[in-house]
Ligand binder design. Structure first.
Ligand code: GLP
Length: 234
């Protein structure tokens, strides 16, 4: 596992560059995408690159990690809306090639991921170590499916909603096994509230209580951290 510790703005540019490099070399690239606050700067850089260099996303396929259950896909806080607003509306991606897990299609989502094979998976991490919405205690063998959100996740995500009562309590998420099937994984974590999870990943053992520790098994992971997220590494 490679660890990069740098300024947030530098990391955003580095990760975006890896993605555009892949897409330029392989017009049929398959990307695994994350939502939340962390990847916003990466998407900004991808949009800037698209304006400047017209990187072609026409034949790129994307798989998003997760989506809330109980929000309409057009709700302002749905991950469908997030992706359109922050990336898809600003590049020439074909929306038919963009995929999200839904309650109706969990098995077919896993199947399609296997068929297409993700080249680069972007990951954020929850303060409790979740990846996608795979909360602590999730089996390392999990595939795409319905999950109940941890109290700490609802607490973390309430900043995006008017009140905590409005935060969905469940979701559909790509499973840990599906995430691990990606050829390359880039995990990004910024800020002090990610530091404990990052310490578990770097210094701890594989442990289902910390879902991100499954990444220790993956042959090609790069972890991008700002100083605060790296502050508890021994
Ligand atoms: C969210 C998402 C995750 C994301 C994580 C961290 O709830 N389901 O995919 O990586 O929690 O979010 P943020 O980047 O806002 O800290």
């Amino acid at each position: 596992m490679k660890i990069v510790i740098d300024e947030i703005s530098t990391i955003n540019k580095m990760v975006a560059k890896e993605i555009t490099k892949l897409v330029k070399n392989n017009p049929n690239a398959v990307l695994g995408l994350a939502t939340g606050g962390t990847p916003l700067g990466i998407y900004e850089n991808l949009v800037l690159d698209y304006k400047e260099n017209k990187t072609n996303y026409e034949n790129v396929t994307t798989f998003n990690l997760d989506e809330y259950v109980g929000l309409d896909i057009n709700h302002e806080q749905s991950y469908h809306t997030y992706m359109r607003k922050n990336l898809f509306n600003h590049i020439n991606i074909n929306l038919e090639n963009t995929h999200f897990p839904t309650l109706e299609n969990p098995q077919s989502y896993t199947k399609l991921i296997k068929e297409k094979s993700i080249d680069i998976q972007i990951l954020g991490v929850g303060s409790n170590g979740h990846i996608g919405f795979n909360e602590p205690g999730t089996s390392f063998d999990s595939e795409t499916g319905y999950v109940t959100l941890a109290e700490s996740t609802i607490e973390d995500n309430k900043r995006f909603f008017d009140s905590i009562e409005d935060v969905p309590t469940s979701a559909v998420t790509m499973g840990l096994k599906d995430i691990m099937s990606a050829k390359r994984i880039m995990l990004i974590a910024f800020g002090k509230n990610k530091a404990q999870a990052i310490k578990q990943l770097i210094n701890g053992k594989e442990d289902e209580a910390w879902p991100l520790t499954i990444l220790k098994r993956h042959p090609y992971v790069t972890v991008y951290l700002d100083k605060e997220a790296a502050s508890l590494i021994e």
